[in-house]
Design a protein around this ligand. Sequence first.
Ligand code: ATP
Ligand code: MG
Length: 391
Amino acid sequence: MINIYERSPAINWGILVTALLIGISSIIYTNALVNRILAQEEKQISLFAKVQESLATAEQSENLNFLMEEIIASNNSIPVILTDENRQPIGSRNLEEPENVIEKKAFWLRTMAEMQQQHEPITLTLDSASNMRQYVYYENSPLVNQLRYFPYVQLTVILIFFSLVYSLFSYSRKSEQNRVWVGLAKETAHQLGTPLSSLIAWVEYLKADENVESEVVEELEKDVKRFETITARFSSIGSTPALKDENIKEILEECISYLRKRVSSKVSFMLHIKEDDLLLPINKSLFEWVIENLCKNAVDAMNAVGSIDIYVSHSRDDKNLLIDLKDTGKGIHKSKLKTVFRPGFTTKKRGWGLGLALAKRIVENYHKGKIFVFRSEIDLGTTFRIILPKK
Ligand SMILES: Nc1ncnc2c1ncn2[C@@H]1O[C@H](COP(=O)(O)OP(=O)(O)OP(=O)(O)O)[C@@H](O)[C@H]1O
Ligand SMILES: [Mg+2]
């Protein structure tokens, strides 16, 4: 088995897992960071509460006043609302609030409800004898909230970045393959061109020579024609081939008669098509190549004994032509239905694994159609379906 082009799926998974690991570790790290900041903020608030409490009870309030101002000044991020014992707000810090007094009150009450969901308010006992109290409501600083979302944003960015890099790589790999296909095909067509034209000239020369048996010349001419077809295929695949309305039945019949002479007589070919004059825009030399490749594979799959049936029908919406190529070969395993089209995938000793890749390229890139394994059963046979747009 040769797999010249196969890319390792392990590498793709490796990239994805790395991206996820980076993302997850950043989430864990940021969470730890958030928790530390939260703890610090809580400490700050409880200190604020303690001082507030002492301020009301202590005699030396001057020192404490100073402390309070320090704390309040140092808290320029944690939103706080202070209330009286009836939970009526009496002041706030670090909140963007409306100027209007009534609106401000409503805003405070709303914010207090939200704050309470995050943290239980701190109770200040101002006078233990009369049981006078105040409450401190507070919530996380905007910094903490932003930090919380940060790793998710980061993870998304990383994933977008990796998928971008991945698609860029696979695009460049594909276009590189494209260049190899096209370049090789062009070069082959070019190199075949010179001996071909001299062969054609030789055949003409021999035709005119009465000493040469006409049968020999005829055989020679057939081979030269074949040579011409092959050159036309290579030159078509190396450029953007023109599509022309062609008679599908005639082309398929030609393919079959060409193949019949070249494979075992134990392989029977049958063409099932109703219309004699069905025209379809195709590139003849490339389309024949596809049919030949599929038929050759079918013959290989049945060890040269069995039957190949070609059915031509129309899609339900009548926009496409369906060509089904059914064989009685050994079948393709379910897990390989897509893999068989990959360049380089072969199960044959002398295979290159290029036949189906080429067929796919011809059908999909040059004819805007589709080709896939329509049905396959082990030891019973396989049906390949080609869908070609009628316009
Ligand atoms: N009709 C079929 N039945 C069963 N297996 C098939 C059939 N057609 C293709 N395959 C499988 O798909 C593989 C790839 O086919 P493909 O035509 O691309 O390459 P190949 O025939 O092995 O070599 P190449 O066509 O380049 O000489 C084959 O090796 C075979 O295993
Ligand atoms: Mg093949």
